[in-house]
Design a protein around this ligand. Structure first.
Ligand code: ZN
Length: 431
């Protein structure tokens, strides 16, 4: 039986707080968009016309509404599962199989994972074939969607399975120190996956070829040399077979470190802009953002595992959700669920740090390109092509945005141009 005690009330309170906060932020963002829909923000005037501006608004509204429905559905299902007594019933049924702690844990988590993957299917289909389709982004066929889905399932079963077996073995054999061992082993495993991802996992989904344009490839090599970066290769990826969105990214560590450009980005940007995108990415490496973010994640997972280890021995946690025994693999599921509303409210810290890194990478991009113009032009084109919301509510952006909002970012680059000593000289001689 579920117990109505202080822990349950506290959990439900924070759960409801998160839910209503998310909803209010989304609605604020939409109403802000509506109030600012009469005028294109200054840096975009001349690039984004009235028609495009209303396309942006309708894409933002559609995605937000869809996000609200998907999230409410997820949260309702989670609450129903937690409060219906389904989980204690499932654990009793698994006990009947006589498979022991590790086998029982594997079956328990596998069933939950399969159930949640199934629930995701209609939302994923709707997002791809209705929303992305309606706004002209989707290029994926249903066949490709199916093969992506199947591959994704197999890969997450293998990777998730390995991590789960490690956790279950450690939890059952090392009463007090399991979490430190788990932290060390899982961290090493994550590094191995990060190292292997570009050469083993990503090629399962996309084709990666050296940049076809030899001149562009040479300019990129020169840029990387100026940045002082040793990169194992610059590749173009056939992203256009899934979507018209444009992007570029750095991936891998050590010997697998590489730059990947979407073919859609190469097709729609002039060379100087492509170089600006890469100069920005190079900025992240030069300023060591990748390694800093990795270390921060490790610190967070260290703290998280410690808190979970304390909660695993907390009898009340099990009793609250209807379990008569303290089966520790159940604790591995309940503890993160109970903590998740609290973790949600820490999000602005991560967003603020990420925005700081983005500004630093922009600064490096400007110094590598020698002038802010191409960096600014790239941002304008990227935002317009991807229908980025040009007028997000400031609180929404503060909470969620990993990048400064486009207008703020562009104005910052323009201020740099004004502060450029060459421009000052021109103004003086012109006056
Ligand atoms: Zn960036």
């Amino acid at each position: 039986m579920i117990q109505c005690n202080g822990l349950l009330i506290a959990f439900l309170f924070f759960f409801a707080l998160q839910l209503s906060f998310q909803l209010v932020l989304d609605l604020l963002n939409i109403s802000y968009l509506r109030r600012h829909s009469h005028a294109v923000p200054r840096p975009f005037q001349g690039v984004v016309d009235g028609k495009k501006f209303s396309k942006i608004a309708s894409y933002t509204k559609d995605s937000t509404r869809f996000g609200i429905v998907a999230r409410l559905f997820d949260q309702a299902v989670l609450l129903a599962i937690l409060l219906s007594g389904l989980l204690p019933w499932l654990v009793d049924a698994i006990k009947g199989f006589g498979v022991g702690f590790i086998g029982g844990g594997l079956i328990f988590f596998a069933l939950i994972a399969i159930f949640s993957q199934m629930l995701d299917i209609p939302f994923d289909l709707y997002s791809t074939f209705v929303i992305e389709q309606r706004h002209g982004f989707n290029t994926r066929t249903i066949g490709l969607w199916l093969s992506d889905w199947a591959k994704g399932m197999v890969i997450s079963a293998i990777l998730g399975g390995i991590v789960l077996v490690v956790l279950l073995v450690l939890v059952s054999y090392f009463e007090a120190t399991w979490w430190i061992l788990a932290w060390v082993i899982v961290s090493i495993f994550e590094l191995v996956v990060l190292w292997l991802y570009p050469v083993l996992i990503a090629p399962l989904f996309n084709k990666f070829e050296p940049i076809a344009d030899r001149e562009l490839a040479q300019r990129i090599a020169d840029l990387m040399e100026r940045a002082g970066l040793v990169v194992k290769g610059v590749f173009q990826m056939d992203a256009g077979k899934r979507s018209k969105h444009t992007n570029a990214y750095f991936t891998g560590i050590g010997r697998t470190k590489r730059i990947v450009l979407f073919d859609t980005l190469i097709a729609s940007h002039p060379e100087q802009e492509i170089l600006s995108v890469l100069a920005h990415e190079a900025g992240h490496w030069k300023r060591k953002h990748v390694i800093k973010q990795l270390l921060l994640m490790e610190a967070i997972s260290f703290a998280g595992l410690f808190i979970i280890s304390v909660m695993l021995d907390w009898e009340l946690l099990y009793r609250t959700f209807g379990f008569e025994e303290q089966i520790r693999y159940v604790g591995l599921l309940l503890a993160p669920i109970v903590l998740s509303p609290l973790i949600y409210f820490l999000r602005p810290l991560g967003s603020a740090l990420s925005r700081k890194y983005e500004k630093e990478a922009d600064d490096v991009a400007v110094s590598l390109m020698g002038t802010p113009e191409p960096v600014r032009d790239t941002l304008i084109r990227l935002s317009a092509d991807n229908l980025a919301n040009l007028t997000p509510h400031p609180i929404y952006a503060w909470f969620h945005y990993s990048h400064p909002p486009p207008v703020e970012r562009i104005e910052r680059l323009e201020a740099m141009r004004e502060g450029d000593p060459r421009n000052v000289r021109e103004q003086v001689s012109g006056s």
